[in-house]
Design a binder for this molecule. Structure first.
Ligand code: NAD
Length: 209
């Protein structure tokens, strides 16, 4: 099968590339090293791209900006995927406040371009969207806690395994990053509910490599 991984040179995208390459799938990565634009030269993920290209057997990177609507639609038309793993993003809460237009264009509009590419050219594909727990903003801070000797613990057993997806995402402070990611999260859900695409939304917490 053919897998498109966006943000393929980043932390999560590169792990996804390795996973599907090892299974023998064709993997196309989309990454334009925009991390270097967000965070300066030290933020570049080019080194990871080179490493991946050496370590994998059926993977290549396309230097495409997910904000480039025509470029995204062309890629999906010419090489329709069976699976999309969407990890490209402006990933920083603090940075978003300094670059609100760029943050929203990458996180929200970029996601819309990919969802439309999927709807128009690969409607049977599975679309995995990497979202974030920031969609809940600070609402989880309202959950009751117990103070133990060395730590705080959730007071209700139902919270032990993490924040429920029924936690509200409205009327809470998200950070601008959380707001752009919420727009993308809701879009991915809507393409599933309205158009019947096979979208899945994964609200990660703190993921480290
Ligand atoms: N790492 C975490 O702790 C964590 C937690 C929760 C959610 N997430 C989400 O997972 C996803 C991936 O996070 P990560 O930690 O791997 O980020 P990362 O910054 O390591 O990787 C993102 C990659 O996307 C690329 N990219 C950015 N904008 C692009 C654009 N316009 N076009 C093409 N490529 C672009 C960057 O160059 C970078 O290589 C994000 O959506 C993030 O919000 C991450």
């Amino acid at each position: 099968m053919r897998v498109i991984v966006t943000g393929s040179s980043g932390l999560i995208g590169s792990a996804a590339v390795r996973h599907w390459d090892a299974l023998g799938d064709e993997v196309i990565g989309i990454d334009n090293d925009m991390r270097a634009t967000f965070f300066g030269p030290d933020g570049s993920t080019k080194w990871n791209q080179s490493r991946l290209e050496q370590e994998t057997s059926n993977f290549r990177t396309v230097s495409l900006d997910i904000r480039d609507r025509d470029g995204v639609l062309d890629l999906f038309k010419n090489e329709p995927p069976d699976l999309v793993v969407h990890c490209a993003a402006q990933p920083s809460h603090d940075k978003a406040a300094a670059i609100p237009f760029l943050d929203f264009e990458v996180n929200a509009n970029g996601t819309l371009n990919l969802l439309e590419g999927t709807r128009q050219h690969a409607p049977e594909a599975v679309f995995c969207h990497m979202s974030t727990n920031k969609v809940y903003g600070d609402a989880p801070n309202e959950l009751p806690l117990d103070e133990l000797e060395t730590r705080w613990e959730y007071a209700r057993e139902e919270d032990y395994d993490g924040i429920s997806e029924s936690c509200r995402i409205d009327q809470t402070m998200h950070s601008l990053f959380g707001a752009s990611k919420t727009a993308a999260d809701v879009l991915a859900q809507e393409y599933g509910k309205y158009f019947g695409l096979k979208t899945g939304v994964f609200r990660g917490g703190c993921l480290t490599g």
